[in-house]
Design a protein around this ligand. Sequence first.
Ligand code: SF4
Ligand code: FES
Length: 273
Amino acid sequence: MDLTLSIWRQHNANASGKFVTYQVQDVTPDMSFLEMLDALNEDLLSRGEPPVAFEHDCREGICGSCGFLINGVAHGGQRGTTVCQLAMRFFKDGDSLTLEPWRARAFPVVRDLIVNRSAFDRIIQAGGFISAPTGSAPDANAILVPKEAADTAFDAAACIGCGACVAACPNAAAMLFTSAKLTHLNALPQGQPQRDERTLSMVVAMANESFGSCTNHGECEAVCPKEIPLEFIGKMNRDLLRAVWHRHREPLVIPGIVQEPLHEHVGIEAEES
Ligand code: SF4
Ligand code: FES
């Protein structure tokens, strides 16, 4: 089949970009979308033109490297499918396709179809860990994990950090991603010691980036290649309330305000002196 591709070309983050039209011929139904782009790039290189830059690594839907908009839809619109696993059999001879990078202020364009997703890394760094001791692997069943918790954590851990949820959201919110990363650890017994701290740290890290807020459109869930459910955002919001409530029980310290000692402290000081 032959295709017409309109691809966003942008030399670097500071350059202005534009769509450039290319013809791709002899595309076979068994090719993946990225293999089709490989063929285009071989053709461009043979003509001395710069290849189209796009991210990829595993090409089997597990690393989260790949991703861009095809006709305005993240990953191309096949349910539960990344662009690296998207087969050309879903397209027709003569199709015209528009390819552009994720559009979100928090994901600046690096080049062509590649964006900088280090905002996601900073959210993970804020709390994506547990305080389990390192060393050899513990015996199986040493820590009992309820089946429901294990299933929830497993489903949440499926998030590959591709960023499609942000690109699809009209507010460019990162709540589906952050909620998946939080739910993964907050659901497990091993994640309980740092549950409140993790929730507050990761939500604050998310708020410090240029993401918007969730207004329940559900576009993120619709395009997520790992089918992360919206209910995880509800779990994150409940965990946030829980963490704020626990934090509220700690003594309130207002910088710059002289703290009056409690009566019992006065009594202790009097006894000590
Ligand atoms: S929640 Fe889904 S769309 Fe968002 S980063 Fe994770 S895998 Fe990608
Ligand atoms: S290249 Fe790894 S998920 Fe697509």
